[in-house]
Design a protein around this ligand. Structure first.
Ligand SMILES: NC(=O)c1ccc[n+]([C@@H]2O[C@H](COP(=O)([O-])OP(=O)(O)OC[C@H]3O[C@@H](n4cnc5c(N)ncnc54)[C@H](OP(=O)(O)O)[C@@H]3O)[C@@H](O)[C@H]2O)c1
Length: 252
């Protein structure tokens, strides 16, 4: 079994290790031995545990799962040169990764919040030679999509990385609307969750425009509600949200 070396023992490392633990040996590198032990206990498989200070990354396959602000400090503590570095760090460029951690190849990946339920939409870019392995590793936490540039991963971050917040706003406000019309809060929340669950499956099969056409009968209730969303500029606001989030990502 191939070994994957996690640098960092937080939530993202745990979610990915959960998906990989049956097919790979897990090695875990962090700064607190008690947390490494706790990680192993929760994961329920044997984990090779090491402290960060002077850890030798020579010829290893690394999965970097620390915070973006820790890259310089972590890089200073490692020795040797890795075969490949897979990073999950938001907004951290290939150049910054390469200049702080010695490695022959780098792949940048961008999971989203749904990694915690093993259903992330993860985008990837970097050394093309590692495309297949990167996709295989990150599919352990959901869907993957390889992109051809860092510009594209920044745009995709505005869509899939920030997307859960945008959909949460829609989810909460639709439920609020139902409560405003007299539905009990518990019922409104349960119905909203069911709506998103079914919609999540449907949108895999049907183009959004056809979905909308399919449910909107002439002069009917959906058409009335849909008109209100257009009055509220929801479409333009969504397009604008992606632009603002992408621009912000390029300024970080
Ligand atoms: N969570 C998400 O949904 C999500 C989505 C996309 C991308 N990401 C990226 O995933 C990365 C990890 O996020 P997370 O949610 O797993 O965070 P987390 O649970 O807070 O874990 C952060 C890890 O970084 C370690 N760390 C913190 N400061 C350090 C330092 N100075 N030196 C060495 N290690 C240090 C922590 O070690 P200790 O345990 O010892 O404190 C911990 O293992 C982030 O870069 C984030 O951008 C996360």
């Amino acid at each position: 079994m191939k070994t994957i070396t996690f640098i960092g023992n937080g939530n993202m490392a745990f979610s990915i290790a959960e998906g990989l633990k049956n097919d790979y040996k897990i090695e875990l590198v962090g700064r607190d031995i008690n947390k490494l032990q706790e990680f192993e206990n929760r994961l329920g498989v044997v984990v090779q545990k090491h402290l960060l200070e002077n850890f030798n990354i020579e010829s290893k396959t690394l999965l970097l799962c620390v915070k973006p602000a820790n890259v310089v400090e972590v890089g200073e503590k490692l020795k040797g040169k890795a075969d490949v570095l897979y990073s999950v760090l938001a907004g951290t460029s290939l150049e910054k990764l390469r200049s702080n951690i010695k490695t022959y190849a780098v792949v940048r990946t961008m999971p989203n919040l749904a990694a915690s339920v093993q259903n992330s939409m993860t985008t990837l870019t970097g050394d093309i030679a590692y495309k297949d392995e990167a996709q295989k590793l990150l599919s352990s936490i959901g869907s993957v999509r390889w992109l051809s540039s860092e510009k594209e991963i920044d745009i995709a971050t505005a869509l899939a990385g920030s997307g859960p917040a945008y959909l949460a706003l829609i989810a909460e406000s639709l439920a609020d609307g139902a409560v405003k019309q007299g539905l009990k809060r518990d019922d409104a929340m349960a119905i909203m969750r069911g709506l998103f669950s079914g919609f999540g499956d449907l949108i895999q099969e049907v183009h959004p425009a056809l979905l909308k056409d399919g449910v909107m009968s002439p002069g009917g209730t959906t058409a009335a509600g849909y008109g209100a969303l257009e009055d509220g500029n929801v479409r333009a606001s969504c397009i604008n949200a992606i632009e603002k989030a992408y621009k912000k990502a390029t300024q970080l």
